[in-house]
Design a protein around this ligand. Structure first.
Ligand code: ZN
Length: 626
C-alpha cells in the first residue's frame, strides 16, 4: 500500500483583484503543493481573507450565518473559485466585487465519503469576493456540542471545535488545505451568559453583551480556525498569558500551568520571538479528544493533564512549541505532518531541558522511544514512513506516534551529527525564513543542504536522510536518550520481578510520573492478578488520579483480569474522552470475549459523550457500524 505521492510543485503567479487591501498574497517564491486531501483548487483561485458571521444556536446545535471570502486569482485562471465543504447546508451563494455581490447558482459537486463536496463558485472578470450563507449540521465532525451534564459545572452547554486535520470544511466552506493561508475577521452571536472564544485577537463584545468580535491578523491555514463557547472564567498568568476554563476549574488550571510564561521565554531564547501576540490556554471539558490542540493564540487543552503536581506540563511545552513549528511554518500537506509534529516534539524537549534540566527531557525521550518501538510492531509498515502516503485516506486514520517520535529522533540525530550550535542555527533560520508559510519535506531537505550540511559532521556516519524519510521502521542507528533515572527504575523493576525487592522497599515517593510509567511498563505482560494485588496493597495504585499512571495501570489490570480496578476503569472510560487513553483501553478489552462484552456495556452508555473523532476510533475497535 505504499505508493508514493508524485509531488507537483506549482509555482503560481497570483494577481489580486482587489488592490485596496492586498494582505496575504502569496509571498514571492511560495509554492503550492498539490494536496490530495482537499477538493479545492487554490492554484486557480486562492482564498486570502474571510469575514465570518456566525450565530451559535444551542437548541439546533448548529452555527449559522455566512462566510465572505476575498480571493486571489491566478492569471489566466478558469473564472471560478473552488471551496471544500462537508456536512454543511448551503443556503445561497453570491459573487462579485467587494460590497456589491450578486446571487450565483449553487454548484455543489457529488459527495466524496472522506473529503466531502466541492463548492464551485463562478467569478466574472474583475470579481474577487464570494459569499456563502450556510449552516452546520449534526453530521459534521468539526464541532462538538456538549449538554450541561457533559461539563464540569453542569449548568450551561458548551461548544468547541477541532478542525485538524480535515474537519474545518464541516465548520465553514473553505480551502481546507494546510498549504492555503488566510486572515479573518469574525462576528459571533451567543446566548446570554455564554462567552465565545476564538483562536484570534479578541475585540470584545457589542453593547448587547451577546455579539462578540474577533480578528486574526496573521495568515493561518484552515485547520487552525477554532471556536469555543461556554460559561468560562479567566486567570492572568502574565501580560500575554491567560488561562480560560470553566469557573470551577480555572484555579487548578492556573496553578498547573503557572510556568507558561517562563516556557515562552525559554522558547524565544531558542528559536526567536513569539509572533502571535498572546498565548492563552483554554481548558476544555473532559470530552476533548486530544491532549492539546495548538490553536494559535489560544491552545485548547484537556483537563486530564491537571495532575496537581505539574508533572504533565510537557503538553503545554508541546502546544507552545507549535507556535513556531506548525503554526508559523506549516506542513504543506498531511503527508508532511512530521514537519509539524517531529519538530514540535524536538522543540518541546528543548524547552523542558532549558526549564527543568536535561534529566527531565531525557526521561521523556527515553520513555517515548520505547513506546514508539512498541507501537510500530502493530502498525502497517507503510504507516511507519515519515513521508507517509495518505492517498484516499482520512489523515486521522493514520494517526500514530511515528510523525512525532520518529520525527524527533531524526532531528536529534542531525543535532548529534552536526552539533547543537549548528543545528540550532539551522532551525532558527528555518523558522525565520519561512514564517507564515507552508512547507514540504523537500523544502526542509533543501534548507538542510544550504544551512546544515555546509558544516562538517561531528560524528560518522552522518545521517541517511533517505532512509529516515522514505523507509519503514526505525534506522538501526537511531539515537537513544541517556537517562540514569530510567536505568535505575529498570534495575529496580528487574530486582522486583526476580523477587529480590518487595513493593514496600521501592522508592516510589520520590518517583516522577515518568519513573512510575517506566516501572509499570517494565513488568512482564504476564503479571497476574495476584501480583497486581500485592503491588496495589503496598502502593495504592488503583487510587492514583494521575491520568497517565492510571491508564497504564488499568491496561495491566485488564490483561490480568484484576477485579478491584474495574470500577476505576469504568469511571475512567466514562469521565473523559481523550483518545490517547480510550484507544488502548478499549483495544485491550476487545481482545477477549468477556472484555469486549464489558467494553460494549460501557461504550453503549457513554458513546454520546465522546467526541466524533473518538467515536470513530472506538467504533472501529469494537466492530460497530455507524
Ligand atoms: Zn503536536
Amino acid at each position: 500500500m505504499s505508493k508514493r505521492f508524485s509531488l507537483c510543485a506549482l509555482a503560481m503567479v497570483f494577481s489580486l483583484g482587489c488592490t485596496s487591501n492586498p494582505v496575504s498574497a502569496p509571498t514571492e517564491g511560495a509554492s503550492l503543493v498539490h494536496d490530495h486531501h482537499s477538493l479545492s483548487r487554490p492554484s486557480e483561485a486562492k482564498v486570502v481573507h474571510a469575514v465570518i458571521d456566525w450565530t451559535c444556536d444551542f437548541e439546533q446545535k448548529c452555527l449559522y450565518g455566512s462566510v465572505t471570502w476575498r480571493v486571489a486569482r491566478a492569471e489566466g485562471g478558469p473564472g471560478v473559485v473552488t471551496l471544500d465543504t462537508k456536512a454543511l447546508t448551503i443556503e445561497s451563494v453570491a459573487a462579485g466585487r467587494e460590497g456589491s455581490l450578486h446571487p450565483v447558482p449553487l454548484d455543489l459537486h457529488p459527495e466524496h465519503p472522506v473529503f466531502g463536496r466541492a463548492l464551485v463558485i463562478p467569478l466574472a472578470p474583475g470579481e474577487d469576493h464570494v459569499r456563502v450563507d450556510y449552516r452546520t449540521t449534526s453530521a459534521g465532525s468539526g464541532l462538538q456540542w456538549l449538554s450541561p451534564e457533559q461539563t464540569a459545572e453542569r449548568t450551561h452547554p458548551f461548544l468547541f471545535s477541532q478542525a485538524q486535520a480535515i474537519h474545518a470544511r464541516t465548520i465553514l466552506p473553505c480551502q481546507d488545505s494546510p498549504g492555503v493561508r488566510f486572515t479573518y475577521d469574525a462576528t459571533v452571536r451567543v446566548p446570554s451568559a455564554l462567552t465565545p472564544l476564538m483562536a484570534a485577537r479578541q475585540l470584545g463584545a457589542d453593547s448587547d453583551g451577546r455579539t462578540f468580535r474577533f480578528t486574526m491578523p496573521e495568515p493561518i491555514p484552515s485547520y487552525l480556525v477554532a471556536i469555543a463557547v461556554g460559561r468560562v472564567a479567566a486567570a492572568d498568568l502574565s501580560p500575554r498569558v491567560r488561562i480560560w476554563a470553566e469557573p470551577s476549574v480555572v484555579e487548578a488550571a492556573a496553578w498547573e500551568f503557572a510556568e507558561t510564561e517562563a516556557m515562552i521565554q525559554k522558547a524565544e531564547a531558542l528559536y526567536g520571538p513569539y509572533r502571535w501576540e498572546r498565548y492563552d490556554i483554554l481548558v476544555l471539558p473532559p470530552s476533548f479528544p486530544f491532549g492539546g490542540m495548538e490553536n494559535p493564540r489560544l491552545t485548547f487543552a484537556t483537563p486530564t493533564v491537571l495532575a496537581k503536581d505539574r508533572s504533565l506540563v510537557a503538553l503545554i511545552a508541546h502546544e507552545l512549541a507549535h507556535s513556531w513549528s506548525g503554526n508559523l511554518v506549516t506542513n504543506a500537506t498531511w503527508s508532511d505532518f512530521w514537519l509539524n509534529e517531529g519538530f514540535t516534539v524536538y522543540f518541546e524537549r528543548r524547552i523542558l531541558e532549558a526549564l527543568y534540566g536535561r534529566a527531565r527531557s531525557e526521561m521523556e525521550a527515553s520513555l517515548a522511544k520505547n513506546e514508539l518501538i512498541d507501537e510500530m510492531k502493530d502498525l502497517d509498515p507503510g504507516d511507519t514512513i515519515l513521508k507517509i502516503d495518505l492517498t484516499g485516506r482520512d489523515p486521522d486514520d493514520a494517526f500514530s506516534n511515528v510523525p512525532y517520535e520518529k520525527g524527533y529522533l531524526l532531528l536529534r540525530s542531525l543535532e548529534e551529527a552536526y552539533g547543537r550550535e549548528a543545528f540550532d542555527a539551522c532551525l532558527r533560520t528555518w523558522f525565520d525564513e519561512n514564517a507564515f508559510q507552508s512547507r514540504s519535506t523537500e523544502d526542509f531537505l533543501a534548507h538542510l543542504e544550504r544551512t546544515l550540511f555546509v558544516h562538517p559532521p561531528q560524528s560518522e556516519p552522518s545521517v541517511d536522510l533517505h532512509e529516515w524519510i522514505h523507509h519503514a521502521g526505525l534506522p538501526a542507528d537511531a539515537p537513544s536518550a541517556q537517562s540514569p533515572e530510567i536505568a535505575e527504575v529498570d534495575r529496580l523493576a528487574a530486582e522486583y520481578v526476580a523477587g529480590r525487592v518487595g513493593p514496600e522497599t521501592l522508592p516510589t515517593t520520590k518517583w516522577t510520573t515518568h519513573e512510575w510509567l517506566r516501572f509499570l511498563r517494565a513488568l512482564p505482560e504476564t503479571t497476574d492478578s495476584a501480583a497486581l494485588a500485592r503491588l496495589d496493597a503496598a502502593l495504592k495504585i488503583t487510587e492514583s488520579r494521575n491520568s497517565e499512571i492510571r491508564m497504564q495501570w488499568l491496561l495491566m489490570a485488564i490483561r490480568a483480569s484484576y477485579g478491584p480496578a474495574m470500577a476505576s476503569l469504568e469511571d475512567f472510560l466514562s469521565s473523559q474522552g481523550r483518545r490517547k487513553f480510550l484507544k488502548p483501553l478499549y483495544t485491550e478489552l476487545a481482545k477477549t470475549p468477556e472484555g469486549k462484552t464489558f467494553a460494549l456495556s460501557i461504550y453503549r452508555q457513554v458513546r454520546a459523550r465522546y467526541h466524533p473523532i473518538a467515536q470513530t476510533t472506538i467504533d472501529a475497535i469494537l466492530g460497530l457500524q455507524n
